[in-house]
Design a protein around this ligand. Sequence first.
Ligand SMILES: NC(=O)c1ccc[n+]([C@@H]2O[C@H](COP(=O)([O-])OP(=O)(O)OC[C@H]3O[C@@H](n4cnc5c(N)ncnc54)[C@H](OP(=O)(O)O)[C@@H]3O)[C@@H](O)[C@H]2O)c1
Length: 326
Amino acid sequence: MRAVICRAWGEVETLTVEDAATPAPQRGQVLIDVKATAVNYADALMVAGRYQTRPPFPFSPGLETAGVVAACGEGVTRFAVGDRVMAILAYGGLAEMALADEAETFAVPDGMPFDEAGAFPIAYISSHVAIRWQGRLEVGETLLVLGAAGGVGLTAVEIGKALGARVIAAASTAEKLAVARERGADETVDYATEKLTERVLALTDGKGVDVCFDPVGGELFDAALSSLGWGGRILLVGFVGGVPQIPANRLLVKHRAALGSSLRYFRWHAPDKLRRSVEELLGWYGEGKLRPCITHRVPLERSVEAIRLLTDRKAHGKVVVVPDGR
Ligand SMILES: NC(=O)c1ccc[n+]([C@@H]2O[C@H](COP(=O)([O-])OP(=O)(O)OC[C@H]3O[C@@H](n4cnc5c(N)ncnc54)[C@H](OP(=O)(O)O)[C@@H]3O)[C@@H](O)[C@H]2O)c1
């Protein structure tokens, strides 16, 4: 099979696309004949050696996949050869064949194309886990989403609307904000030209928001924290802008909370809730409330370009990677 290979920590340009041995499924694993996968910002972090997972060399990056079950390891009961599936992966997605744990593999609903299935797991499930289980967003509350046209950001906008919240989308360009509005955002803030806190307070009659979904951190974090109202919760999802420090005094007075959320660890600690997240998401997909946004579709051989679209801040929604001829 063809696979993107990482042999040393570094820039994504050091990745190569090579022939590799097809892996054999171990106990509890399924082997997936990949029809579509998608890149994530974390792929660049993993290749640089700056992600929580540092796989042994050589390895293929890639955190999600969709395709057809080609073989099942011992003990697999929920899937059989030929089933259409999507999966969350520790790594190994940027390849023609991928191994997934059965517990992190999910049936692709009839009518969902593979491109959408390959781009579905990481963004939607991560955002759902953060907003539903950590943020405990309630109907009628206000959700502020930073990086609102990005992979996880755009899914957070849709999930906020599906849960009955008022959604304020914040991003760095008018084009990205138009994408967020098209996916249901009620209000927008351009944080390249507007002051985030002032604008959010103006949009909420001075009260601030109930929940902030933050995959950006960095310099925006302070303004996001100030945008929270009484009892507001800020969800720490990612740090593309840098890791912020949290001034504890600013949590105390307004009964605010800062809550971490990591799909990678959640799925091990709360597999039951993970399944419930997927069920709710696929239910909403069936009702037409979620519409995966795929803006680029590139062949496996051009995976580096796909990851660069994210790190250069040029993409919105998801960038799908497809093995040749699929
Ligand atoms: N905790 C979890 O479970 C989980 C799951 C998935 C992803 N994540 C994390 O969430 C973050 C976003 O991941 P993603 O795959 O959604 O990425 P993405 O599609 O590239 O989106 C990131 C967004 O962040 C904004 N941004 C602000 N500063 C940036 C910078 N210096 N470089 C790049 N983008 C910047 C961009 O929007 P603007 O240009 O509008 O600012 C962009 O749309 C990453 O840190 C990732 O590791 C966490």
